[in-house]
Design a protein around this ligand. Sequence first.
Ligand code: TXA
Ligand code: MG
Length: 319
Amino acid sequence: MSRILGANQPSIAAAAEMLRRGKLVAFPTETVYGLGADASDDLATANIYAAKGRPQFNPLIIHVADAAALDRLIVWNDTARSLAKVFWPGPLTMVLPRAKDADISLLASAGLDTLAVRIPAHPVALALLKAVNIPIAAPSANASGKLSPTLASHVAESLGDKVDLIIDGGQCAVGLESTVLDLTSPHPTILRHGGITRERIEQIVGAVHEATRDENSPKSPGMTASHYAPRAPLRLNAGKADDDEALLTFGSDNHIMGGAVRLNLSPTGNLTEAAANLFAMLRRLDRVGIKGIAVATIPTDGLGAAINDRLKRAATTPS
Ligand code: TXA
Ligand code: MG
C-alpha cells in the first residue's frame, strides 16, 4: 500500500525532501492529483512513465510556485505574460518555447523543444512547490488510460506502491485537468480543454484556435512533425553498425560490432535507466556528424514499449 499523509507543514517538508531525492510524490492541485518528480532528473522522470505504465512518452506539465521561476525555463511572450497575470495560479497550462539552458529533463518534455508550464492554485501544491524550490513534472496521478484522480484514495487505488508518498489534500475543487494552450505559434491554440474556458481566454487574447486531439489520439504531440527526431536517419533492430554510423545499444552489447561512436542506454539492461537516457543520447549521437544512427533491438516489455514507440516514430519522421 502507498503511504498517505495529511497535508501539514511537516508532511510537506518531508514530501519536498523526497522529491529532491528523486522520489515520486502525489499531491493535490485544484484540478486533479498530480504525480510529481524533479523535472530536471531523467531517472525520476522515467519513473513517472514507469509508474503510470504509459505506452508512449507524452510530454509532462512542469509545475512551479511563481512566474519568476519560469524565466530560466521558457521564452516568454506578451500573450503568455497577460494570461499569466489573469489566470495564475490556476488551471491554465501554457506551452512555450523551451529556453536554451533550461535545466529540464528531455524526457519530461518527450524530446520537444517546447515546455508546458503552469502554476497550480491549490494551497498544498503551492506550499510544496515553494518548499521544494525546483520545477516539478507532474502528470495526473493515475495509471495510463484510467480516470484522473480527484481524491488521495483514487491515487492509492490506481498507483499503489508505485508512488512513494501521497499528500492528502481532500477533494480537488475543479475536478478536471487544466486547459492546455499552445502559445508557440502566432495564433494561440487550445490543445486540451479544461479548467479555464475558451471564452475566458478569448476575453484576454482575442480569438484562439482549437486543435482537434486528445491524449490518446494519433494527433497527440508525440505524433506531430515538430516532435524531436534526430537529423541523422535511424536504423532500428541493427545487428551491427557501419563505420560511418553511430551505434545505440542496450544491455550487454559485445556481440554488436562497429559504430564510429557507441552509446549504451543501459549496460545493465534496465529499461527505466534506458528511458532516462534515450533523448539525451539520441541528441549526442546526432551531433557527431555521422551518416546515420544504428539502434540495437530494445525489449518491448515495461518502458520498452514507450522506448520502441519513440524510436519507430523518430525513424519514420522526415527531418
Ligand atoms: O490539471 C492538470 O493539468 C494536471 C495537474 C496535475 O496539473 N496534469 C495533467 O498532466 O493533466 P497530464 O500529463 O495528464 O497531461 C498533460 C497534457 C497532455 O495532454 C500533454 O500532451 C500536454 O499536456 N503537453 C505537455 N507538454 C506539452 C508540450 N510541450 N506541447 C504540447 N502539449 C504538451
Ligand atoms: Mg492525464
